[in-house]
Design a protein around this ligand. Structure first.
Ligand code: ATP
Length: 328
């Protein structure tokens, strides 16, 4: 890999699910990249395709899913690998953490055994003493108090925040170069949420781990990300740097999400929710998927899905009403 090559490069990724004779495409022609050490957030309402995008990258979808397009990791085409090869890569180079750690932790095994299992897969000749030492080290890295005692516990004996820290420790056990975090703090209280976010950010900065951070919460994006993809109905509708997105949001959907964010100024005012409901992916309108909810919609929006176009430098938007600024 050349030093400036992206760690992850996703091109024209589409994912569909079969149910009987019907096939529904829920992720449509997504392209983006993650550089080493970069945090790229994927933001959007429920059902917009954020999780399916992450699971497609990780190769964790069931057999009724078809994933097309290219997913290059370190220059290697993941879609061309066998399931065994992908499993090996998942245990070593790429890790994922989920919203509900309980669904990924084994309730019957002590924390030390679960971390030990991952270490043994990754380092087959590792000694028992080394496993013990590394386990305590990992639990310390994720700020778990009393790591020796915690290592002996079962998942149900830990709080939600502690379980999420254990999941991050497991994800880090193999020193991944890419971490996919899918709504990792949604189920946690605000204080624990802030601690977990700063932990992920610290690991990203210290270890240079590339992170794909999936969230529906724009305020989390502001604290975490370098770049942002906004998804709506399975497509990217806006992509740019975090500063540009917050300074000059351009897509009407992103602007709606921003207006729905509480701020100190709006504390005593009503928040502006985006009108209408999130779209039904199996029955999308013709044309721009957002037009039924869009304050700018015109007849032209009902004709075709707009292209994702560079409207300002490194700022891509999928809307015919957004003018190009400062670029040819
Ligand atoms: N295994 C599956 N089979 C069929 N459809 C699925 C499957 N998994 C997800 N979907 C559909 O794909 C669409 C996108 O779902 P996805 O979970 O990616 O959304 P999301 O943006 O992550 O939302 P949330 O924040 O609620 O998780 C939804 O319409 C969902 O119902």
């Amino acid at each position: 890999m050349k030093p400036r090559d992206p760690l992850l490069s996703v091109t024209n990724l589409s994912t569909s699910f079969r149910a009987g004779k019907r096939e529904t495409t829920v992720v449509k022609d997504i392209s983006f990249h993650v550089n080493p050490g970069e945090v790229v957030a994927i933001v959007g309402e429920s059902g917009s395709g954020k999780s399916v995008t992450s699971l497609s990258i990780m190769g964790l979808l069931r057999k009724n899913a078809t994933v097309s397009g290219s997913i290059l990791y370190n220059g290697q085409e993941l879609n061309a690998l066998s399931s065994k090869e992908r499993r090996l890569l998942r245990g070593s180079e790429m890790s994922m953490i989920f919203q509900e750690p309980m669904s990924s932790l084994n309730p019957m095994l002590r924390i030390q055994s679960q971390i030990g299992e991952v270490l043994t897969i990754h380092y087959p000749s590792i000694s028992k003493a080394k496993i013990k030492e590394k386990t305590i080290d990992l639990l310390t890295q994720v700020d778990i108090p009393n790591p020796i005692e915690t290592a002996r516990r079962f998942p149900h004996q830990l709080s939600g925040g502690m379980r999420q820290r254990v999941m991050i420790a497991i994800a880090l056990a193999c020193d991944p170069k890419l971490l996919i975090a899918d709504e990792p703090t949604t189920a946690l209280d605000v204080t624990t949420q802030a601690q977990i976010l700063s932990l992920i950010k610290r690991l990203n900065e210290q270890n240079g781990t590339g992170v794909v951070f999936v969230t529906h919460d724009l305020s989390v994006v502001a604290t975490m990300a370098d770049r942002v993809l906004v998804m709506y109905a399975g497509r990217i509708v806006e992509e740019t740097t975090v500063h540009e997105l917050f300074d000059r949001p351009k897509h009407p959907y992103t602007i709606g999400l921003m207006e729905a964010m509480p701020t100190l100024d709006t504390k005593n005012e009503r928040l502006h929710a985006i009108q209408g409901n999130p779209p039904n992916i199996v029955n999308l309108p013709i044309g721009c998927s957002f037009h039924p909810r869009c304050p700018w919609a015109t007849e032209a929006c009902k004709e075709a899905v707009p292209d994702l176009e560079e409207k300002a430098a490194t700022h891509y938007v999928r809307c015919i009403h957004v003018k190009k600024e400062g670029i040819e």
